[in-house]
Design a protein around this ligand. Sequence first.
Ligand code: PMP
Length: 448
Amino acid sequence: MNADAEALRTVKDADRKHVFHSWSAQELIDPLAVAGAEGSYFWDYEGNRYLDFSSALVYTNIGYQHPKVAAAIAEQAGKLCTVAPGFAVDVRSEAARLIAERTPGDLDKIFFTNAGAEAVENAVRMARLHTGRPKVMSAYRSYHGATTTAINLTGDARRFGNDTATAGVVHFWGPFPYRSPFYAGNETEECERALRHLEDTVVFEGPQSIAAIILETVGGAPGVLVPPAGYLAGVREICDRHGIVFILDEVMVGFGRTGTWFAAENWGVTPDLLCFAKGVTSGYVPLGGVAISGAIAETFARRPYPGGLTYSGHVLACAAAVATINVMEEEGVVEQSARTGAELLGPGLRALAERHPCVGEVRGLGTFWALELVRDAATREPLVPYNASGADNAPMAAFGAALKKGGLWPLLAGNRIHVAPPCNISAEDVAKGLEILDEALAVADAHM
Ligand code: PMP
């Protein structure tokens, strides 16, 4: 056995014996063993290279192994690996300043967490304490994380296995022109109906009992759901009229993903609390947080905030955040993400839809897109049923296998492929990815 084959066996054996994997039946999975990664690619022990159109879990916004961020983490580790969250320390102050300067409006204070779900948990806690109200409203088509409150706020099927009916969570339908539960007319009408439905839900639940409405600015896991023009402003207005805290969950879409620092900028809307994670460090060291408005920060000016985490604002993570944000600024990554969407990914994906009858819709912006694959373009019947597995999911499994065979690592969800490469992917790699997609879509066409 050569050295690579032996290394592969060691990794796989220990993984199978000792690693308990997320969201999986442990004996039914066979994870790919990754040997290394750089830029928009990672590779396995057998020399297969994959163009990563998933950015890991939509977080390597500047690609893998950016030398400046890796060096900043190493330098910080050599200087000071950790200090308790109660102290002021240079990299934490700097990370908070850089983030606060980029968030919209007066979201000027940053509460650091280790990841996205904890950001959601703390944003909900802040909203409840600020308003003195118990309920929180979220969209059915949403994902907010896997901790207790976050998974119950999550509207998609991942909630089912966890549903403890956490008191006070109320779900509603957001706009989704392609698969609207109201009426798939025009976008303006869709937006008005969705806002009326939300207003009615608020009124019938009792506004005096509702602490917050939480929304993904652009629904990520549920399918790159880009809101129609007036929707977020309409939700802002409903919140203001009823004294409800507006939380935007930008865990997936913050830090350049949609071609702006934060997705809310695309619609000129400012929430009261904004959750972030993932892209803030390109995932090199786990970090998340909540950006807090002046009014909510004031609630805790003379009254202690009853929440905290041992590793809140961990210095290695903050060093990674400072370096990541500086790299994004110096290399124009946010602008590049916008340009790539407008000039390469958008037109390229739409051209694929013209050629492949299985593509029902293309939607997205920046480096954040989804294709809906359908059995029938007229009825929009999905290529596989909602929450499909096993034989029901065979068409999507075949499509995924064709992509991997072509050298592209896809992010598949239900009947969709999400196209979310690093925000700084090169034009050459976009073209290469589109070519691989073109070939694999022929496999999906055959399943119509
Ligand atoms: N909110 C959104 C919008 C997300 O996409 C995710 C993760 N995909 C989370 C929250 C949870 O983040 P984490 O897994 O870091 O806890």
